[in-house]
Design a binder for this molecule. Structure first.
Ligand SMILES: Cc1cc2nc3c(=O)[nH]c(=O)nc-3n(C[C@H](O)[C@H](O)[C@H](O)COP(=O)(O)OP(=O)(O)OC[C@H]3O[C@@H](n4cnc5c(N)ncnc54)[C@H](O)[C@@H]3O)c2cc1C
Length: 410
């Protein structure tokens, strides 16, 4: 059995980010194996995130904006009171990174280091005792001091294989609160100018809600090219053709575009769940990325939090010879924010208040920078309470009681 210092089981966003940070520091010289079932050669996803200043992947940020549009729903609120506003991000920039650019950037960086190897093979199991971890693949078994695993999936997500063949597929029933964030995106090229490249739309709730949470976002790259994404927070997928129909209608009715070419497509499912995952399931195994609990249940945002966590793990390995250090946060998302998100999920799942109206109140009554800090878990408790105060009080109070009762009964 070949032995490595570190094995990264899964070479997607979290695995490659960790490899990149390890490759920048004094850990060069460690033998590292990155295992994935396939090389990352497709533009399979686009990451949007907000940031103050610059980050390690600034050179490959595809677009960045200082303001974003938010459009509230037409169906709720007093007549004539629809909320549509260009939000000033107050020092933040909303950024877009294409998956393929990220994979290529990291691949070129890692290629300089002969101590980093790649293996493309399905992973069958990850085990560990107190001294080392073992990864079993179809191509053989490998051991390491530490394994960083991004292949673990929540129970609720087991019915989904991530492809687009499912028809009205739904989550596995459990005692936990789970919604799917599922979305289909088209990168379109129009025959005539149709977009303002300086003005993306972060959330557009003006589309028919069907009693669910549905919105569009539009990230323009030029006057004639943009990513348009149709997103839902529901327990089940739609039939595949329904996403396309909705995108086409939005292009026609809201963007006044009927002639266009689809350059690229993406489809994704992100778990929005309070099902717990543990970052350290076995003595020498560390789960990372979505598998390690870096996906915020109320929004699905994962990218920026994973970057922060991977930097911390890499720093700890360099300084202390192990990924965990005294004083570091015990989970990527602190307990207080996981509780807030359980309450959000409860409001949405129990249909206590229209989700579109919840988001509208949050962005209407708060400064976007305060909401971003809330979503980045950077606020004080008082600041958090101020952000939440904008949400409708009765449904959120009921949801809070329900969540607390569930905790007591559990
Ligand atoms: C289409 C899409 C768009 C997204 N957009 C955003 C966004 O805008 N902002 C944001 O913050 N988050 C976004 N997310 C959520 C999140 O950032 C991504 O899912 C991110 O890729 C998660 O990183 P990860 O490393 O946990 O998982 P992945 O990047 O999926 O990496 C896991 C890797 O493990 C491999 N793997 C899994 N099982 C096995 C196995 N048994 N054997 C071998 N290899 C295996 C996979 O091939 C994959 O490469 C998006 C997700 C998707 C799907």
């Amino acid at each position: 059995m070949k032995h490595y210092d570190l094995i990264l089981a899964g070479g997607g966003m979290a695995g490659l980010s960790l490899a990149y940070y390890l490759n920048q520091g004094p850990l060069q010289g460690k033998k590292i194996l990155i295992i994935d079932r396939e090389p990352k050669t497709k533009n399979d996803r686009t990451w949007a995130f907000w940031q103050r200043g610059t980050g390690p992947f600034e050179a490959i940020v595809y677009q960045a904006w200082d303001t974003v549009w938010f459009h509230g729903p037409r169906e709720y609120g007093p007549p004539g009171n629809a909320f549509s506003q260009k939000l000033d991000l107050g020092g933040y920039r909303y950024k877009l990174l294409r998956g393929i650019d990220f994979y290529e950037f990291v691949r070129v960086d890692l290629a300089k280091n002969p101590d980093i190897e790649f293996l493309y093979s399905p992973i069958l199991g990850v085990e560990s005792d107190d001294d080392q971890a073992v990864v079993t693949t179809e191509a053989g078994t490998f051991s390491a001091e530490w394994v960083f695993d991004s292949t673990f999936r929540l129970e609720a997500m087991k019915p989904f294989n991530g492809d687009f063949t499912s028809n009205r597929q739904t989550i596995k029933p459990s005692n936990h609160q789970t919604l799917l964030q599922h979305f289909k995106g088209w990168v379109v090229k129009t025959s005539a100018p149709a977009f303002n490249p300086a003005e993306p739309t972060m959330m557009d709730f003006r589309i028919a809600q069907h009693g669910e949470c549905r919105f569009m976002y539009v990230l323009p790259f030029s006057e004639s090219e943009a990513l348009i994404e149709f997103t839902l927070f529901t327990p089940a997928l739609l039939p595949p053709e329904a996403y396309d129909a909705e995108l086409k209608t939005y292009l026609r009715d809201f963007l006044k575009v009927t002639e266009f070419q689809i350059l690229e497509q993406e489809f994704g499912i992100i778990p929005m769940s309070d099902e717990p995952t543990t970052e350290r399931p076995r003595p020498r195994v560390v789960r990372i990325g979505t598998a390690g609990g870096s996906t915020r249940p109320s929004t699905g945002y994962t990218f920026a939090r994973t970057q922060r966590r991977m930097q911390t793990l890499a720093d700890n390995l360099a300084r202390h010879g192990q990924p965990f250090a005294p004083g570091m946060a015990r989970q990527p998302i602190p307990a207080r924010y996981r509780l807030f998100d359980e309450i959000f999920l409860n409001v949405f799942l129990k249909k206590r208040y229209p989700p579109a109206a919840v988001f509208t109140q949050l962005y209407r009554r708060n400064r976007p920078a305060d909401v971003f800090r809330f979503l980045d878990e950077e606020n004080t408790l008082a600041e958090d309470l101020r952000v939440i105060w904008a949400a409708p009080k009765v449904p959120f109070t009921r949801a809070a009681f329900d969540v607390l009762l569930r905790k007591i009964l559990r």
